[in-house]
Write a protein that binds this ligand. Structure first.
Ligand code: NAD
Length: 310
């Protein structure tokens, strides 16, 4: 391997392999891709590596069925786990993924005691909570993919509706990654203008509903498998913010210890991401109605976590 940063990706399925490709192509990290299926991570890693001379990157990739090669990773992305089938909710994956995530997190934490863990497996809020528990890492080093993806979905819908560049659109999404996510239109903007001032309420309602069901929309179309391109792009953005110490403000599934009046719960809030992982939790000024909606969203996560009996 080079002397680049080391990123291990657990699970070489749809999302894991796409993450490996996106991160490798940026050229600043070597990648270890791990899966339980023999040959799968080896084959995908080799295929991505063989694209390097065409795309001009020097990242090295290793595919493996063991955790030995993950030792001393800077960042570990956990994508191992079942994905939803048509008609399934994220919470229905809980028990199956709970066993996988506990084992994987322990393997990772033992070999890379200083790494930052990015959880992807669903239900992601509960799985992030579980990984904090299983790794015994501080909360700044274990967080999940959620808000970047959900807000990218809404941003793309708003941009299409108004025929503007996605670059000019921001979207504010907090809370659970699931049906109870909290979308705040008054803090979602186009060039600084709240969408509540430029879109009719019925259009906003339609876009909000589509965003909440965006993952299911893709599962319904694909029939087998779930979204991978936008999720892997979101993970790559998180990894980049950490490796390049960007101090970027991004919405991530984060463990709250009293922020927003919520304790001992992982939900999406905006955080500052840098080389230490979460370097600050940003508390937005919410209205009383929004605050109580966020507390309800957190309750939906708390119920799922309770079922894990940690
Ligand atoms: P996938 O089925 O394509 O890939 C999962 C991979 O994990 C498989 O290759 C499987 O062999 C591997 N695996 C299973 N158990 C393992 C173990 N113990 N150790 C190592 N590898 C193991 O699924 P996918 O589409 O890549 O999705 C992966 C997970 O990410 C799912 O839980 C999905 O719901 C979730 N997801 C979350 C988000 C998000 O926003 N947080 C977005 C997309 C997908």
């Amino acid at each position: 391997m080079n002397n680049l940063n080391k990123v291990s990706i657990i699970g070489a399925g749809n999302v894991g392999a796409a993450c490996a490709q996106r991160i490798a192509e940026r050229g600043y990290a070597d990648i270890v891709l791990v899966d339980i299926i023999e040959g799968l991570p080896q084959g995908k890693a080799l295929d991505i590596l063989e694209s390097a001379p065409i795309l001009n990157f020097d990242s090295k990739l290793i595919g493996t069925n063991s955790y030995q090669e993950t030792a001393d990773s800077d960042v570990v992305v956990i994508t191992s786990g079942l994905s939803r089938k048509p008609g399934m909710t994220r919470d229905e994956l809980l028990l199956a993924n709970m066993n996988i995530i506990t084992g994987v997190t322990q393997q990772v934490a033992n070999r890379s005691p200083n790494c930052i863990i990015i959880m992807v497996a669903n239900p992601v809020d509960a799985m992030t909570h579980l990984a904090i528990h299983a790794s015994q890492f501080p909360r700044n080093r274990v967080f999940g993919l959620s808000g970047i993806l959900d807000s990218a979905r809404l941003r793309s819908f708003i941009a299409a509706e108004l025929n503007v560049s996605v670059e000019d659109v921001s979207a504010c999404i907090l809370g659970q990654h699931g049906e109870a996510m909290l979308i705040i239109p008054r803090l979602s903007t186009v060039c600084g203008i709240p969408i509540t001032k430029i879109l009719p309420q019925e259009t906003i309602t339609k876009l909000v509903e589509r965003t909440i069901k965006a993952g299911a929309e893709i599962i319904g179309l694909l029939k087998t498998g779930s979204a991978l391109y936008a999720p892997s792009a979101a993970v790559a953005q998180m990894v980049e913010a950490i490796i390049l110490d960007k101090k970027q403000i991004l919405p991530c599934a984060s463990y709250l210890e009293g922020e927003y009046g919520i304790k001992d719960t992982v939900i999406t809030v905006p955080v500052k991401l840098g080389k230490n992982g979460i370097e600050q939790i940003i508390e937005l000024e919410l209205t009383a109605k929004e605050k109580s909606a966020l507390i309800n969203s957190a309750k939906a996560v708390q119920q799922v976590v309770k079922a894990m009996q940690l």
